[in-house]
Write a new protein. Structure first.
Length: 77
């Protein structure tokens, strides 16, 4: 979910009406794309692991937030 570029039509991007910020926006994008049945492709990215000392910004807390965003969009919308 948080490891690819998501590619789809501009009209679909505009229709998502994203509210999240930080890393949980990835979960919101995924939930809304699937709910609206938008067609998209995912393009894998190359990733080199970084430590917090080297500038890593994501932590386990971001994973928890993402799960809550997915559940919110699954059951409340």
């Amino acid at each position: 979910m948080e490891t690819c570029y998501k590619i789809m039509y501009l009209e679909n991007w505009k229709a998502l009406d994203l509210k999240s910020d930080r890393f949980e926006v990835e979960a919101e994008i995924t939930a809304k794309v699937l709910k609206n049945r938008f067609k998209f492709i995912q393009e894998p990215i190359r990733y080199k692991f970084r430590s917090f000392k080297e500038g890593k910004k994501i932590s386990w807390k971001d994973g928890v937030r993402s799960v809550f965003v997915l559940l919110k969009h699954r059951f409340l919308y």
